[in-house]
Design a protein around this ligand. Sequence first.
Ligand code: SDX
Length: 423
Amino acid sequence: MAETITIIDDRTGKKVTVPLRDGVFPSSALRELDPDLRMYDPAFLSTAACESSITYIDGEAGILRYRGYPIEQLAEKSTYLEVAYLLLNGELPTSSELEKWNYDVIHHTMIHENMRKRFVDGFHYDAHPMGMFVSAVAALGTFYPESKDIFNPGSLEKQILRLIAKVPTLAAMCYRFSSGLPFVSPNNSMSYPENFLNMMFRLGDDHTVDPRLTKAMDLLFMLHADHEQNCGTTAMRVVASSHADPYSAMSAASSALYGPLHGGANEAAINMLTEIGSIDNVEAFVKSVKAGHGKLQGFGHRVYKNYDPRAAIIKKAAYDVFDVTGKNPLLDIALKLEDVALSDDYFISRKLYPNVDFYSGLIYQALGFPIEMFTVLFAIPRTVGWLSHFSELLKDDAQKISRPRQWYTGVDKRDYLAINKRQ
Ligand code: SDX
């Protein structure tokens, strides 16, 4: 039997019954009752802003699937570029499709010399790489004015390819600039993750990238690729709804990701572990958090009320990386912090578990990335998630320009007050 929900307006006795699909009912029910009704939902806790078929999360069960495939299986068997193809196209590629996709991405990694020479030189020597990245993505779009033609399928496809291919080059450019190192050009004979690590850390002709570290980088890219309607993706969709180009929309999404409550949490988590300094200080730190002094960075999630499945995979992968790089001394503090928090009712009652950002920074640090690069490392793979949602929104006939209403609680009409009459 079809599920329904009935809403009654007690002021008029008017009632409306609408279909309920997967726990979702159309807001048109409210407009049917009274066109002036508004649902007050700050931060959209109970709002489904769109219909999407890209990523599925079950917060209570700790489930994450990209186009139906469990993240655990993709993490074990796939690669980031294969996952990117899946997110964008809805199906895993055939071998010939994957071969062409890999080739096309790898052969679009170069950026215009004006970006590398003139644009980046405009930054202060110690500019934060994420601030540079946000600007660089928007600036990149100015080299492709045809990107404004977002309803031209060929052009949008080309911009999506360019963004996925070029974000590692932009990221490495930001890092090399802020480290005072010469830029390293993309190497088309390398895989996507290997090329990125090479552009980041190459210092001489004898530089090699350990395949085990390339594999770990690719895994981290896969795990960060998409996460349905998170803050950054919501920003992407809101800007896309005004029909802005994908570069400008992605600059907005990157800005949202920059916040410490979102993608900036991996940087904040490492700073927190560093501040704790020793496992002997963990209990006291947890006590201070419970007393309201700060948060456990890398803990908690709006949707996951269970262990973030990505955190479990990253925690395991950390040991593979440490086999190559040596163990990150902060790992013991992180493990102790998780242990103490997960046995403390303050965190259990609030269903606060480690999220994707709790362990990822330990690997990034072991790979040699400076903390300031951590959010950029989140933005690189999330590019395909943002672009998948950009495309999905443009094809969704139910979507229009995002323009929510408000609950006005300000002062009523009043007349202008001459300055000599003001308090
Ligand atoms: C990401 O949305 C996504 O999908 C995001 C993401 C993605 O892939 O795109 O998964 C990536 O952003 C992961 C989250 C990274 N952020 C952090 O780790 C920062 C620390 N976490 C918190 O700030 C918080 O948990 C949020 C922002 C993640 C979620 O916040 P909510 O859903 O708004 O929850 P809340 O702030 O209402 O917290 C509920 C209660 C509160 O206590 P009370 O007021 O009820 O007493 O839990 C407490 C909060 O104070 N709380 C924490 C806490 N997180 C929530 N207390 C201590 N430490 C924390 N980390």
